[in-house]
Design a protein around this ligand. Structure first.
Ligand SMILES: *Cc1c(COP(=O)(O)O)cnc(C)c1O
Length: 431
Protein backbone atom coordinates (compact mmCIF):
# COMPACT_ATOMS: atom_id res chain seq x y z
CA UNK A 1 0.00 0.00 0.00
CA UNK A 2 2.73 2.46 0.95
CA UNK A 3 4.53 1.50 -2.27
CA UNK A 4 1.47 2.43 -4.28
CA UNK A 5 1.24 5.74 -2.41
CA UNK A 6 4.88 6.46 -3.25
CA UNK A 7 4.38 5.61 -6.87
CA UNK A 8 1.39 7.87 -7.19
CA UNK A 9 3.15 10.91 -5.70
CA UNK A 10 6.18 10.21 -7.88
CA UNK A 11 3.92 10.02 -10.87
CA UNK A 12 2.24 13.32 -9.99
CA UNK A 13 5.69 14.85 -9.45
CA UNK A 14 6.77 13.60 -12.87
CA UNK A 15 3.76 15.48 -14.30
CA UNK A 16 4.69 18.68 -12.50
CA UNK A 17 2.51 18.47 -9.37
CA UNK A 18 4.42 19.49 -6.27
CA UNK A 19 4.04 17.67 -3.00
CA UNK A 20 2.09 20.46 -1.28
CA UNK A 21 -0.39 20.80 -4.17
CA UNK A 22 -0.94 17.04 -4.15
CA UNK A 23 -1.48 16.92 -0.39
CA UNK A 24 -3.85 19.91 -0.42
CA UNK A 25 -5.84 18.25 -3.24
CA UNK A 26 -5.83 14.78 -1.71
CA UNK A 27 -7.26 16.05 1.54
CA UNK A 28 -10.17 17.65 -0.32
CA UNK A 29 -10.74 14.57 -2.50
CA UNK A 30 -10.87 12.33 0.58
CA UNK A 31 -13.64 14.45 2.08
CA UNK A 32 -15.70 14.26 -1.11
CA UNK A 33 -16.10 10.48 -1.20
CA UNK A 34 -19.74 10.50 -0.07
CA UNK A 35 -20.59 13.09 -2.69
CA UNK A 36 -18.82 11.03 -5.34
CA UNK A 37 -20.79 7.94 -4.32
CA UNK A 38 -24.04 9.83 -4.98
CA UNK A 39 -22.75 10.81 -8.43
CA UNK A 40 -21.84 7.16 -9.10
CA UNK A 41 -25.32 6.04 -8.02
CA UNK A 42 -26.87 8.40 -10.55
CA UNK A 43 -24.46 7.17 -13.24
CA UNK A 44 -25.38 3.57 -12.41
CA UNK A 45 -29.07 4.38 -12.90
CA UNK A 46 -28.44 6.19 -16.18
CA UNK A 47 -26.16 3.40 -17.38
CA UNK A 48 -29.06 0.98 -17.00
CA UNK A 49 -31.41 3.42 -18.69
CA UNK A 50 -29.13 3.63 -21.74
CA UNK A 51 -28.53 -0.13 -21.80
CA UNK A 52 -32.26 -0.88 -21.60
CA UNK A 53 -32.97 1.54 -24.46
CA UNK A 54 -30.34 -0.22 -26.59
CA UNK A 55 -31.70 -3.68 -25.79
CA UNK A 56 -35.37 -2.71 -26.19
CA UNK A 57 -34.65 -1.25 -29.61
CA UNK A 58 -32.66 -4.31 -30.66
CA UNK A 59 -29.39 -2.60 -31.45
CA UNK A 60 -27.50 -5.11 -33.59
CA UNK A 61 -24.05 -5.31 -35.09
CA UNK A 62 -25.56 -4.22 -38.41
CA UNK A 63 -26.64 -0.94 -36.75
CA UNK A 64 -22.99 0.00 -36.28
CA UNK A 65 -22.38 0.09 -40.02
CA UNK A 66 -23.28 3.09 -42.13
CA UNK A 67 -24.90 4.02 -45.40
CA UNK A 68 -23.69 6.29 -48.20
CA UNK A 69 -25.42 8.47 -50.79
CA UNK A 70 -29.04 9.24 -49.95
CA UNK A 71 -28.98 6.97 -46.94
CA UNK A 72 -32.41 5.40 -47.48
CA UNK A 73 -33.30 2.65 -45.01
CA UNK A 74 -30.37 3.36 -42.74
CA UNK A 75 -31.05 0.79 -40.02
CA UNK A 76 -28.39 2.13 -37.67
CA UNK A 77 -29.60 5.73 -37.95
CA UNK A 78 -33.24 4.81 -37.45
CA UNK A 79 -32.47 2.55 -34.51
CA UNK A 80 -30.25 5.16 -32.85
CA UNK A 81 -33.06 7.69 -33.11
CA UNK A 82 -35.39 5.18 -31.44
CA UNK A 83 -32.80 4.64 -28.70
CA UNK A 84 -32.68 8.39 -28.03
CA UNK A 85 -36.48 8.52 -28.01
CA UNK A 86 -36.53 5.69 -25.42
CA UNK A 87 -33.96 7.42 -23.18
CA UNK A 88 -35.82 10.75 -23.31
CA UNK A 89 -39.25 9.05 -23.18
CA UNK A 90 -40.35 10.91 -26.29
CA UNK A 91 -42.32 9.90 -29.37
CA UNK A 92 -39.41 10.51 -31.70
CA UNK A 93 -35.88 11.87 -32.06
CA UNK A 94 -33.59 13.29 -34.70
CA UNK A 95 -29.91 12.40 -34.10
CA UNK A 96 -27.66 13.33 -36.99
CA UNK A 97 -24.08 14.04 -37.96
CA UNK A 98 -25.56 16.61 -40.38
CA UNK A 99 -26.52 18.69 -37.33
CA UNK A 100 -23.20 20.48 -37.02
CA UNK A 101 -23.31 21.67 -33.39
CA UNK A 102 -25.57 22.64 -30.50
CA UNK A 103 -26.46 26.03 -31.94
CA UNK A 104 -27.48 24.35 -35.19
CA UNK A 105 -29.71 21.86 -33.35
CA UNK A 106 -31.41 24.70 -31.45
CA UNK A 107 -31.77 26.84 -34.59
CA UNK A 108 -33.28 23.85 -36.37
CA UNK A 109 -35.84 23.26 -33.62
CA UNK A 110 -36.81 26.94 -33.62
CA UNK A 111 -36.82 27.68 -37.34
CA UNK A 112 -38.78 24.55 -38.17
CA UNK A 113 -41.51 24.88 -35.55
CA UNK A 114 -42.17 28.61 -35.82
CA UNK A 115 -43.95 30.38 -38.68
CA UNK A 116 -44.16 34.06 -39.65
CA UNK A 117 -46.35 35.91 -37.17
CA UNK A 118 -45.52 33.56 -34.31
CA UNK A 119 -43.76 34.68 -31.16
CA UNK A 120 -41.01 32.99 -29.15
CA UNK A 121 -40.76 33.55 -25.40
CA UNK A 122 -37.76 33.01 -23.13
CA UNK A 123 -39.05 33.04 -19.52
CA UNK A 124 -35.56 32.49 -18.06
CA UNK A 125 -33.73 35.58 -19.27
CA UNK A 126 -31.21 36.01 -22.04
CA UNK A 127 -30.41 32.82 -23.95
CA UNK A 128 -26.94 31.53 -24.80
CA UNK A 129 -24.80 33.98 -26.81
CA UNK A 130 -24.99 32.21 -30.15
CA UNK A 131 -28.79 32.12 -29.98
CA UNK A 132 -28.93 35.91 -30.02
CA UNK A 133 -28.18 35.79 -33.73
CA UNK A 134 -30.53 32.86 -34.35
CA UNK A 135 -33.39 34.78 -32.75
CA UNK A 136 -32.30 38.14 -34.18
CA UNK A 137 -31.65 39.89 -30.85
CA UNK A 138 -28.43 40.75 -32.66
CA UNK A 139 -29.34 41.21 -36.35
CA UNK A 140 -28.17 38.31 -38.51
CA UNK A 141 -28.92 36.79 -41.88
CA UNK A 142 -31.58 34.10 -41.68
CA UNK A 143 -32.65 34.93 -38.13
CA UNK A 144 -36.15 34.33 -36.81
CA UNK A 145 -36.64 38.12 -36.88
CA UNK A 146 -35.98 38.16 -40.64
CA UNK A 147 -38.85 35.71 -41.05
CA UNK A 148 -41.23 37.91 -39.07
CA UNK A 149 -41.05 35.84 -35.89
CA UNK A 150 -41.02 38.04 -32.82
CA UNK A 151 -39.31 37.45 -29.48
CA UNK A 152 -40.10 38.28 -25.90
CA UNK A 153 -38.02 37.74 -22.80
CA UNK A 154 -38.83 37.67 -19.12
CA UNK A 155 -35.81 37.79 -16.85
CA UNK A 156 -35.47 35.77 -13.70
CA UNK A 157 -36.07 37.67 -10.48
CA UNK A 158 -33.18 38.93 -8.39
CA UNK A 159 -33.15 35.74 -6.29
CA UNK A 160 -33.14 33.48 -9.36
CA UNK A 161 -36.83 32.53 -9.14
CA UNK A 162 -39.30 32.69 -12.04
CA UNK A 163 -41.15 35.97 -12.57
CA UNK A 164 -44.59 34.37 -12.83
CA UNK A 165 -46.44 37.72 -13.01
CA UNK A 166 -44.52 38.94 -16.00
CA UNK A 167 -44.54 35.51 -17.65
CA UNK A 168 -48.36 35.57 -17.42
CA UNK A 169 -48.37 39.02 -19.04
CA UNK A 170 -45.90 37.96 -21.75
CA UNK A 171 -47.89 34.95 -23.00
CA UNK A 172 -50.29 36.15 -25.70
CA UNK A 173 -52.20 34.86 -28.73
CA UNK A 174 -49.00 34.92 -30.82
CA UNK A 175 -46.91 32.90 -28.36
CA UNK A 176 -46.19 29.64 -30.17
CA UNK A 177 -43.05 28.45 -28.48
CA UNK A 178 -41.13 28.82 -25.24
CA UNK A 179 -37.37 28.29 -24.97
CA UNK A 180 -35.92 27.29 -21.62
CA UNK A 181 -32.17 27.06 -21.13
CA UNK A 182 -31.22 24.53 -18.47
CA UNK A 183 -27.54 25.44 -18.06
CA UNK A 184 -26.47 28.87 -16.88
CA UNK A 185 -24.10 29.26 -19.84
CA UNK A 186 -21.81 32.24 -19.28
CA UNK A 187 -24.08 33.80 -16.68
CA UNK A 188 -24.06 33.74 -12.93
CA UNK A 189 -27.66 32.60 -12.46
CA UNK A 190 -28.04 29.09 -11.07
CA UNK A 191 -28.57 26.24 -13.49
CA UNK A 192 -32.17 25.02 -13.50
CA UNK A 193 -32.93 21.61 -12.08
CA UNK A 194 -35.20 19.37 -14.15
CA UNK A 195 -37.77 19.68 -11.38
CA UNK A 196 -37.82 23.48 -11.63
CA UNK A 197 -38.07 23.27 -15.41
CA UNK A 198 -41.11 21.03 -14.89
CA UNK A 199 -42.74 23.60 -12.60
CA UNK A 200 -42.19 26.32 -15.17
CA UNK A 201 -43.61 24.23 -18.02
CA UNK A 202 -46.67 23.27 -15.96
CA UNK A 203 -47.28 26.94 -15.21
CA UNK A 204 -46.94 28.02 -18.84
CA UNK A 205 -49.13 25.17 -20.15
CA UNK A 206 -51.70 26.20 -17.54
CA UNK A 207 -51.94 29.55 -19.30
CA UNK A 208 -51.68 28.22 -22.85
CA UNK A 209 -51.83 24.42 -23.22
CA UNK A 210 -50.76 24.18 -26.87
CA UNK A 211 -47.56 26.24 -26.55
CA UNK A 212 -44.46 24.24 -27.56
CA UNK A 213 -41.90 24.09 -24.73
CA UNK A 214 -38.33 23.53 -25.90
CA UNK A 215 -35.44 22.98 -23.49
CA UNK A 216 -31.84 23.78 -24.41
CA UNK A 217 -30.42 20.72 -22.67
CA UNK A 218 -26.72 21.42 -23.43
CA UNK A 219 -24.42 20.16 -20.64
CA UNK A 220 -27.38 18.76 -18.69
CA UNK A 221 -27.79 15.25 -20.12
CA UNK A 222 -27.39 12.42 -17.58
CA UNK A 223 -26.57 14.78 -14.71
CA UNK A 224 -29.88 13.74 -13.15
CA UNK A 225 -31.98 10.59 -13.43
CA UNK A 226 -34.69 12.41 -15.38
CA UNK A 227 -34.54 14.72 -18.39
CA UNK A 228 -36.70 17.76 -19.23
CA UNK A 229 -38.89 15.63 -21.51
CA UNK A 230 -39.89 13.64 -18.39
CA UNK A 231 -41.49 16.78 -16.92
CA UNK A 232 -43.46 18.08 -19.88
CA UNK A 233 -40.94 19.52 -22.35
CA UNK A 234 -42.06 19.01 -25.95
CA UNK A 235 -38.45 18.97 -27.14
CA UNK A 236 -35.01 18.56 -25.55
CA UNK A 237 -32.14 19.74 -27.73
CA UNK A 238 -28.39 19.33 -27.40
CA UNK A 239 -24.95 18.72 -28.86
CA UNK A 240 -23.21 15.37 -29.28
CA UNK A 241 -19.79 16.86 -28.55
CA UNK A 242 -21.03 17.53 -25.04
CA UNK A 243 -22.49 14.96 -22.60
CA UNK A 244 -24.49 12.52 -24.78
CA UNK A 245 -21.63 11.85 -27.22
CA UNK A 246 -19.57 10.47 -24.34
CA UNK A 247 -16.43 12.05 -25.81
CA UNK A 248 -16.49 9.69 -28.79
CA UNK A 249 -18.97 11.40 -31.10
CA UNK A 250 -16.87 13.63 -33.38
CA UNK A 251 -19.84 15.80 -34.50
CA UNK A 252 -23.62 15.93 -34.24
CA UNK A 253 -26.70 17.15 -32.46
CA UNK A 254 -30.03 15.79 -31.32
CA UNK A 255 -33.65 16.82 -30.92
CA UNK A 256 -35.83 14.45 -28.88
CA UNK A 257 -39.51 15.24 -28.59
CA UNK A 258 -43.07 15.11 -29.84
CA UNK A 259 -43.48 13.43 -33.21
CA UNK A 260 -44.74 16.58 -34.92
CA UNK A 261 -41.93 18.77 -33.57
CA UNK A 262 -39.24 16.29 -34.61
CA UNK A 263 -40.84 15.84 -38.03
CA UNK A 264 -40.84 19.60 -38.60
CA UNK A 265 -37.15 19.71 -37.68
CA UNK A 266 -36.37 16.83 -40.06
CA UNK A 267 -38.12 18.55 -42.98
CA UNK A 268 -36.11 21.65 -42.29
CA UNK A 269 -32.79 19.79 -41.90
CA UNK A 270 -33.14 17.89 -45.16
CA UNK A 271 -36.03 19.03 -47.36
CA UNK A 272 -39.81 19.22 -47.46
CA UNK A 273 -40.92 15.82 -48.73
CA UNK A 274 -37.75 14.06 -47.59
CA UNK A 275 -37.60 14.60 -43.83
CA UNK A 276 -36.07 11.76 -41.82
CA UNK A 277 -35.89 9.39 -44.78
CA UNK A 278 -32.52 10.65 -46.05
CA UNK A 279 -29.16 11.50 -44.49
CA UNK A 280 -26.43 8.90 -44.90
CA UNK A 281 -24.68 8.11 -41.65
CA UNK A 282 -21.40 7.19 -43.39
CA UNK A 283 -19.21 5.46 -40.84
CA UNK A 284 -20.09 7.50 -37.79
CA UNK A 285 -22.76 5.45 -36.03
CA UNK A 286 -20.42 3.17 -34.10
CA UNK A 287 -19.02 6.24 -32.29
CA UNK A 288 -22.51 7.59 -31.64
CA UNK A 289 -23.63 4.33 -30.02
CA UNK A 290 -20.35 3.71 -28.23
CA UNK A 291 -20.25 7.30 -26.93
CA UNK A 292 -23.88 7.21 -25.79
CA UNK A 293 -23.18 3.98 -23.92
CA UNK A 294 -20.28 5.63 -22.08
CA UNK A 295 -22.03 8.99 -21.61
CA UNK A 296 -23.43 8.35 -18.09
CA UNK A 297 -19.99 7.54 -16.62
CA UNK A 298 -18.21 10.20 -18.65
CA UNK A 299 -20.70 12.76 -17.37
CA UNK A 300 -20.15 11.46 -13.83
CA UNK A 301 -16.37 11.93 -14.22
CA UNK A 302 -16.87 15.51 -15.39
CA UNK A 303 -19.27 16.17 -12.50
CA UNK A 304 -16.76 14.89 -9.94
CA UNK A 305 -14.14 17.18 -11.46
CA UNK A 306 -16.51 20.14 -11.17
CA UNK A 307 -17.30 19.35 -7.52
CA UNK A 308 -13.59 19.00 -6.77
CA UNK A 309 -12.82 22.34 -8.46
CA UNK A 310 -15.57 24.05 -6.47
CA UNK A 311 -14.18 22.73 -3.19
CA UNK A 312 -10.55 23.57 -4.00
CA UNK A 313 -11.25 27.16 -4.99
CA UNK A 314 -13.86 27.76 -2.33
CA UNK A 315 -11.32 26.71 0.28
CA UNK A 316 -8.89 29.22 -1.19
CA UNK A 317 -11.47 31.98 -0.73
CA UNK A 318 -12.75 32.46 -4.27
CA UNK A 319 -16.42 32.71 -5.21
CA UNK A 320 -17.50 29.52 -6.96
CA UNK A 321 -20.81 28.84 -8.76
CA UNK A 322 -22.23 26.38 -7.83
CA UNK A 323 -20.60 26.29 -4.40
CA UNK A 324 -18.90 23.26 -2.87
CA UNK A 325 -22.05 21.61 -1.56
CA UNK A 326 -24.89 22.77 -3.84
CA UNK A 327 -26.72 20.22 -5.97
CA UNK A 328 -25.66 20.00 -9.62
CA UNK A 329 -27.78 20.22 -12.74
CA UNK A 330 -25.06 20.63 -15.36
CA UNK A 331 -21.31 20.01 -15.60
CA UNK A 332 -20.14 23.66 -15.65
CA UNK A 333 -18.12 25.14 -12.80
CA UNK A 334 -17.50 28.88 -12.58
CA UNK A 335 -14.67 30.30 -10.46
CA UNK A 336 -14.34 34.05 -9.96
CA UNK A 337 -10.71 35.10 -9.67
CA UNK A 338 -11.24 38.85 -9.71
CA UNK A 339 -8.05 39.40 -11.73
CA UNK A 340 -6.99 38.64 -15.32
CA UNK A 341 -3.88 36.88 -13.97
CA UNK A 342 -6.02 34.35 -12.10
CA UNK A 343 -8.07 33.49 -15.17
CA UNK A 344 -4.96 33.17 -17.34
CA UNK A 345 -3.05 31.00 -14.82
CA UNK A 346 -6.05 28.68 -14.45
CA UNK A 347 -6.40 28.23 -18.21
CA UNK A 348 -2.66 27.59 -18.58
CA UNK A 349 -3.00 24.81 -16.02
CA UNK A 350 -5.88 23.18 -17.91
CA UNK A 351 -3.92 23.32 -21.17
CA UNK A 352 -0.85 21.81 -19.52
CA UNK A 353 -3.01 18.90 -18.32
CA UNK A 354 -4.25 17.96 -21.81
CA UNK A 355 -3.44 14.72 -23.63
CA UNK A 356 -3.19 16.66 -26.92
CA UNK A 357 -1.36 20.02 -27.33
CA UNK A 358 -0.23 20.10 -23.69
CA UNK A 359 2.88 22.05 -24.74
CA UNK A 360 0.82 24.94 -26.13
CA UNK A 361 0.43 28.07 -23.97
CA UNK A 362 -3.01 29.69 -24.32
CA UNK A 363 -3.26 33.48 -24.57
CA UNK A 364 -6.28 35.83 -24.47
CA UNK A 365 -7.37 36.98 -27.94
CA UNK A 366 -10.10 39.07 -29.57
CA UNK A 367 -12.51 36.39 -30.71
CA UNK A 368 -15.20 37.37 -33.22
CA UNK A 369 -18.55 37.88 -31.54
CA UNK A 370 -17.18 38.73 -28.08
CA UNK A 371 -16.83 42.19 -26.58
CA UNK A 372 -13.60 41.46 -24.67
CA UNK A 373 -10.56 39.23 -25.18
CA UNK A 374 -11.22 35.58 -24.32
CA UNK A 375 -8.80 32.89 -23.21
CA UNK A 376 -9.57 29.27 -23.99
CA UNK A 377 -7.83 26.11 -22.92
CA UNK A 378 -8.47 22.75 -24.51
CA UNK A 379 -6.36 19.92 -25.74
CA UNK A 380 -9.05 17.62 -26.99
CA UNK A 381 -9.30 14.56 -29.22
CA UNK A 382 -12.38 16.15 -30.79
CA UNK A 383 -11.81 19.79 -31.70
CA UNK A 384 -13.86 22.11 -29.50
CA UNK A 385 -15.35 19.24 -27.52
CA UNK A 386 -16.30 20.56 -24.11
CA UNK A 387 -17.09 17.20 -22.52
CA UNK A 388 -13.29 16.89 -22.63
CA UNK A 389 -11.25 18.84 -20.08
CA UNK A 390 -11.57 22.50 -21.04
CA UNK A 391 -11.88 26.00 -19.65
CA UNK A 392 -12.44 29.49 -20.91
CA UNK A 393 -12.85 32.94 -19.55
CA UNK A 394 -13.57 36.41 -20.89
CA UNK A 395 -10.93 38.90 -19.75
CA UNK A 396 -13.37 41.30 -18.09
CA UNK A 397 -14.83 41.72 -14.60
CA UNK A 398 -15.60 39.71 -12.55
CA UNK A 399 -12.76 37.71 -14.17
CA UNK A 400 -14.49 34.38 -13.94
CA UNK A 401 -13.34 31.18 -15.55
CA UNK A 402 -15.74 28.47 -16.72
CA UNK A 403 -14.44 24.96 -16.36
CA UNK A 404 -15.99 21.77 -17.66
CA UNK A 405 -15.35 18.24 -18.74
CA UNK A 406 -12.81 15.54 -18.31
CA UNK A 407 -13.44 12.17 -19.94
CA UNK A 408 -12.45 10.41 -16.73
CA UNK A 409 -12.56 11.62 -13.13
CA UNK A 410 -8.82 10.96 -12.83
CA UNK A 411 -8.09 13.33 -15.66
CA UNK A 412 -10.47 15.97 -14.33
CA UNK A 413 -8.81 15.81 -10.88
CA UNK A 414 -5.37 16.07 -12.43
CA UNK A 415 -6.50 19.05 -14.52
CA UNK A 416 -7.63 20.91 -11.42
CA UNK A 417 -4.37 20.07 -9.61
CA UNK A 418 -2.52 21.53 -12.62
CA UNK A 419 -4.54 24.76 -12.36
CA UNK A 420 -3.71 24.99 -8.69
CA UNK A 421 -0.03 24.37 -9.41
CA UNK A 422 -0.13 27.09 -12.04
CA UNK A 423 -1.70 29.59 -9.60
CA UNK A 424 0.78 28.64 -6.86
CA UNK A 425 3.74 28.99 -9.25
CA UNK A 426 2.47 32.42 -10.34
CA UNK A 427 2.19 33.37 -6.64
CA UNK A 428 -1.51 34.14 -7.01
CA UNK A 429 -2.45 31.72 -4.28
CA UNK A 430 -0.57 30.40 -1.33
CA UNK A 431 -1.28 26.99 0.17
C1 LIG B 1 -22.76 24.85 -25.85
C2 LIG B 1 -24.09 25.46 -25.70
C3 LIG B 1 -24.86 25.87 -26.80
C4 LIG B 1 -24.34 25.89 -28.21
O1 LIG B 1 -23.67 24.78 -28.62
P1 LIG B 1 -22.50 24.84 -29.69
O2 LIG B 1 -22.26 23.40 -29.95
O3 LIG B 1 -21.33 25.54 -29.10
O4 LIG B 1 -23.03 25.54 -30.90
C5 LIG B 1 -26.12 26.35 -26.56
N1 LIG B 1 -26.61 26.45 -25.33
C6 LIG B 1 -25.90 26.09 -24.24
C7 LIG B 1 -26.49 26.24 -22.88
C8 LIG B 1 -24.62 25.58 -24.39
O5 LIG B 1 -23.93 25.21 -23.32
Amino acid sequence: MSDTQMNITDMYAALGISDNVYRFSKEILDKLQTRFEQIDKNAEYNQLKVLKAMQDNKVSEACLLGTTGYGYNDLGRETLESVYASIFHTQDALVRPQITCGTHALALALLSNLRPGDELLSPVGKPYDTLEEVIGIRPSKGSLAEYGITYRQVDLLEDGSFDYDNITKAVNEKTKMVTIQRSKGYQTRPTLSVERIGELITFIKGIKPDVICMVDNCYGEFVEGIEPTDVGADMAVGSLIKNPGGGLAPIGGYIAGKKECVENAAYRLTSPGLGKEVGASLGILRDFYHGLFLAPTVTAGALKGAVFAANVYEKLGFKVVPDGIQSRHDIIQAVEFGTPEGVIAFCKGIQAAAPVDSFVVPEPWDMPGYDSPVIMAAGAFVSGSSIELSADGPIKPPYAVYFQGGLTSGHAFFGIMKTLQSLVDARIVDI
